[in-house]
Ligand binder design. Structure first.
Ligand code: SR1
Ligand code: MG
Length: 402
């Protein structure tokens, strides 16, 4: 087997010439632009356009973390992403980019070009909220969760899907980076000197340590549905203008694996909490208050959509309305707990977020402290009470404006 071709802006045209499956999508002899736009931690992303106005995205994994070449990482993550995306596309095509082709030999996904969309995190950081995105992502999680769970698949198919859906290396990264490293001394961690006492308090907090341990156990053992796996605001595209229909798409599902359904919801919740902390730190309490509403919208939309699918459950003989209610209550609690875990990792651990990092040092320290305190409450209480208009985001607003 030959070595994978390495894509660059210089080699994309040659690459396209040898992929017949893409010949009807784009003309390699008439390319007008090839832009490398990857801004995540891991991969190369090229937007390719031709003179007929066609375009597509080529995404290629590297054998290491993009931002740290000494950190080796399996390129099989491209195959995991292609698989998760194709399952999610079947279950909810409205909320994911179309997968046009997957070239396993070269670890290249060809994807629908969504460059008329913007990354939600960037929009939030510019003060544009796109509140409908929380509702749409709630629906996306519901449809993909129901359709990949025992409720939506017959038992033999479900077992096959779980076996095919494992993602050991990237799941371990989440186990380490989210559920372990922020709670111990680790070279991946860093905080401002002013936040060191906040982190020390968290690590000395026996209730927080117990809760993160339970959350890690749940993440590692509860294979409820095929998760996106990394559903933060930087993994969501939004389009809300230009005369085109509104559109919200979840992309970048390379961390996808079976896990607890509340994990994806918690990931988004955490990043909305962080967005609220940024707004509060900048003195915009109105925007902070509006952002605190979004986890409510997210969870409500998830529940409404999941409930609407419930009549199609595989086994209505024993899965009653009570089963649904108990399941939804547990997902709500899980989402709160995972939101706490995911918010803490973005403040303390590897892979920080622009929402906080682009603040000046004084505001960053205050915002980080607010996020850590709110996240600790979510993590420890795991309470659906946390999802209210006086929820953790507002807590952040209060603490960061004091
Ligand atoms: C080494 S990967 C670091 C982080 O980037 C991704 O976005 C995931 O969140 C992962 O934890
Ligand atoms: Mg990513």
């Amino acid at each position: 087997m030959s070595a994978p071709r390495q894509l660059s802006t210089e080699t994309v045209a040659d690459y396209l010439r040898v992929v017949p499956e893409l010949a009807c999508r784009i003309d390699p002899e008439a390319l007008t632009s090839i832009d490398e736009v990857g801004d995540g931690n891991l991969n190369l992303v090229f937007i390719v356009r031709d003179s007929a106005g066609s375009s597509l995205v080529l995404k290629q994994s590297l054998p290491h973390v993009r931002t740290d070449p000494s950190w080796e990482m399996t390129r099989e993550r491209s195959a995991r992403e292609a698989r998760v995306l194709s399952v999610h596309q079947r279950l909810d095509a409205e909320h994911v980019p179309a997968l046009l082709h997957f070239d396993h030999a070269n670890y290249v996904l060809a994807l629908e070009d969504l460059s008329d969309h913007a990354v939600w995190r960037a929009e939030l950081n510019e003060g544009r909220i796109h509140p409908q995105a929380a509702t749409e992502i709630g629906r996306y999680v519901a449809r993909t969760a129901f359709g990949s769970s025992v409720f939506g698949l017959d038992t033999a198919e479900h077992k096959k899907q779980i076996a095919q859906g494992i993602n050991p290396e990237l799941s371990q990264i989440t186990e380490d980076l989210v559920f372990t490293e922020p709670f111990i001394e680790h070279p991946h961690n860093s905080v401002l000197p002013g936040n060191a006492p906040d982190v020390a308090a968290l690590r000395a907090d026996t209730l927080a340590i117990r809760a993160i341990g339970e959350a890690k156990l749940a993440f590692m053992t509860r294979a409820e549905s095929l998760l996106h796996g990394d559903l933060h605001t930087g993994s969501v595209f939004v389009r809300a203008c230009d005369g085109k229909p509104a559109s919200v798409r979840a992309f970048d599902s390379e961390f996808g694996a079976y896990g607890p359904t509340g994990f994806d919801l918690g990931a988004l919740w955490a990043n909305l909490l962080i967005a609220a902390a940024r707004a509060a730190a900048l003195g915009d309490s109105d925007r902070a208050a509006r952002l605190t509403q979004l986890p409510v919208d997210l969870m409500d939309a998830f529940e409404d959509e999941f409930s609407s699918l419930w009549p199609d459950r595989v086994d209505p003989r024993v899965w009653s309305h009570d089963t649904l209610r108990q399941f939804l209550d547990r997902v709500r609690t899980d989402a709160a707990v995972f939101a706490g875990a995911k918010a803490i990792r973005r403040i303390v651990g590897f892979a920080k977020v622009a929402d906080i990092e682009t603040l000046d040092e004084r505001r960053r320290e205050v915002a980080a402290r607010g996020v850590l305190r709110a996240a600790r409450e979510l993590l420890v209480s795991g309470s659906a009470d946390g999802i209210s208009r006086t929820d953790a985001g507002e807590e952040v607003a209060m603490k960061t404006t004091r």
